[in-house]
Design a protein around this ligand. Structure first.
Ligand SMILES: Nc1ncnc2c1ncn2[C@@H]1O[C@H](COP(=O)(O)OP(=O)(O)O)[C@@H](O)[C@H]1O
Ligand SMILES: [Ca+2]
Length: 497
């Protein structure tokens, strides 16, 4: 074999080898990159919020390949169940199950068929069912059995219907907010998982119809460990103060006001300072005393009627509202909210949602309205007479309209005198949603039960990282460039070639 032939073979082999390597690198790079570009397969999960006044179904969705990151779970559907909350079906439990059908059908239509059997469904009941359980545990069990029966008729992965404890309800609301606002962890531009500064952790204020919850991370260690929920999320420990006040939801509080008025008035109609002048309401003693949240006056005839007549008197309304709180007595002085309940000083920013939001939003107050403006708005609202109010708000339901004055005064009392936000009013944001998702306990509940929030954060990269991809491209370009250089040099070296 001549010198030229050897050279040609050598060059050929070199070009072939580099070409092969480039091809392999190209295939590997494209294959890996392809896994990133693939549309992530979505997963779904849903939770029924069986509240005291109303049930709603929340459907969530997240990309299957990024499930452990924060902020990836989004709300895709909310369905409001027609009719009252499930606890109202105490004497007709099958009616509770039937009430869920419309929303289960909507969820079935919204979730792709092949995903339905892997879609977990939970039903969580709150204070309405807690109260029913106190009054009649057999009925509350029957209601839960009936809703279970109905949900099981659907092709989803049913994971149970149960009553949440008040502390759980508070803690899950806290998880929801901090998950949505990335209070726990954030993915930085440098590709690292970071814990936002301590001040970014938000507290949760939930005002329901039958109970109200407060949850936050106090500055100092808690004096009463019984109030603390210890959570380990994404590798960080949180000690969350959480308390739920049964009977201090907005509607039960309004019921407590009526019972107080009956107790302190012997003639009818009874003047109601939180109702508007011109508004009259007649109820039976049976209606008023049916709740375990109100004190009865010994034995009574449930059919006796009582009429309340509005007097639009904000000062007297506030005094009446304060009378359902007990601000004396504390096992951990001075750290108590009311009724002797331990509460460390509030710390950081808070989101106030559900009925807190509805009330403040109705009054036209901005999410962070200054305290003097809030107080003067409530005062002038309470002074309005009923005819004027009805004319101004023809679309609003009477059951909401009549209570905004009383509930606004009630919420101010619990926030300022109870939780002691007097010095930090501007730290409260009145909000209904965050990141296009309703704020409430349901998302936190689902994240926890489906293990979507790991206690430790291991960074798992399913697709190829940007650095690897860039290195692959660089190698291909470099290899081709090298081939070109070798061929050019050999040609220049041997003109026969
Ligand atoms: N549009 C609205 N305006 C005023 N209040 C509302 C509105 N929608 C709901 N609410 C109130 O929000 C509260 C929701 O409580 P709910 O979740 O049913 O009870 P709980 O959480 O105690 O089980 C109720 O007090 C209800 O009256
Ligand atoms: Ca609720």
């Amino acid at each position: 074999m001549g010198k030229t032939a050897v050279k040609q073979t050598l060059v050929g082999a070199l070009v072939a080898a580099v070409g092969c390597m480039s091809l392999i690198a190209l295939i590997l790079t494209l294959a890996e990159h392809h896994s990133v570009e693939l549309p992530p397969s979505s997963q779904y999960g849903m939770v029924f919020d069986a509240g005291s006044t109303h049930t709603a179904l929340f459907v969530y969705q997240w990309p299957g390949n990024k499930q452990n990151n924060t902020g990836v779970v989004s709300q895709v559907l909310v369905c409001d169940v027609d009719g009252p909350g499930i606890s109202s079906y105490a004497s007709d439990p099958p009616g509770a199950g039937q009430s869920l059908v419309k929303c289960l059908d909507s969820a079935k239509a919204a979730i792709p068929t092949e995903k339905q059997k892997d879609t977990p469904v939970y039903l969580g009941a709150t204070a309405g069912m807690r109260l029913l359980k106190i009054q009649n545990p057999t009925q509350s069990d029957q209601v839960l059995k009936e809703v279970t029966k109905t949900i099981k008729n659907y092709p989803f992965d049913f994971r149970g219907a149960r009553i949440l404890s008040g502390s759980e309800e508070g803690a899950y609301g806290w998880i929801t907010i901090n998950y949505l606002l990335e209070g726990f962890i954030k993915y930085s531009f440098e590709g690292k998982w970071l814990q936002p500064k301590g001040g970014k952790i938000l507290g949760a204020l939930d005002m329901g119809g039958s109970s109200t919850q407060i949850a936050f991370t106090p500055k100092d260690p808690m004096k009463d460990p019984a109030s603390a929920a210890q959570l380990r999320l994404y590798g960080f420990d949180y000690s969350v103060y959480t308390h739920s006040y049964l009977c201090y939801g907005k509607d039960q509080a309004m019921g407590q006001l009526l019972a107080k008025l009956i107790k302190t008035n012997s003639t009818q109609p009874i003047e109601h300072p939180c109702y508007h002048q011109g508004y009259n309401l007649t109820l039976t003693l049976g209606d008023i005393y049916s709740s375990p949240c109100v004190e009865t006056l010994g034995t009574f005839d449930p059919s006796i009627k009582v009429t309340f007549s509005g007097s639009s008197d904000p000062m007297k309304c506030l005094t009446l509202v304060k009378s359902i709180f007990n601000f004396s007595g504390c096992s951990f002085p001075p750290d108590c909210a009311f009724n002797g309940v331990y509460q460390p000083p509030v710390n950081g920013y808070f989101f106030a949602f559900s009925a807190y939001f509805y009330t403040f939003n109705f009054l036209g107050l901005a999410p962070q309205a200054p305290l003097p403006q809030v107080l003067s708005t409530i005062e002038s609202f309470c002074k309005k007479d009923w005819a004027m109010l009805k004319a101004e708000h023809p679309e609003d339901k009477e059951k909401y309209l009549r209570d905004y004055c009383g509930s606004a005064n009630y919420m101010m009392t619990i926030l300022l005198d109870g939780y002691k936000f007097n010095q930090s009013w501007s730290n409260i944001y009145f909000q209904r949603t965050a990141a296009d998702t309703d704020i409430g306990w349901t998302l936190g509940y689902m994240l926890n039960l489906t293990n979507l929030i790991p206690s430790e954060h291991h960074v798992t990269v399913t697709g190829v990282q940007h650095g690897q991809w860039a290195a692959g491209v660089f190698f291909i370009v470099f290899a081709l460039f090298l081939c070109l250089v070798i061929v050019t040099v050999l040609c220049a070296w041997n003109p026969d070639y």
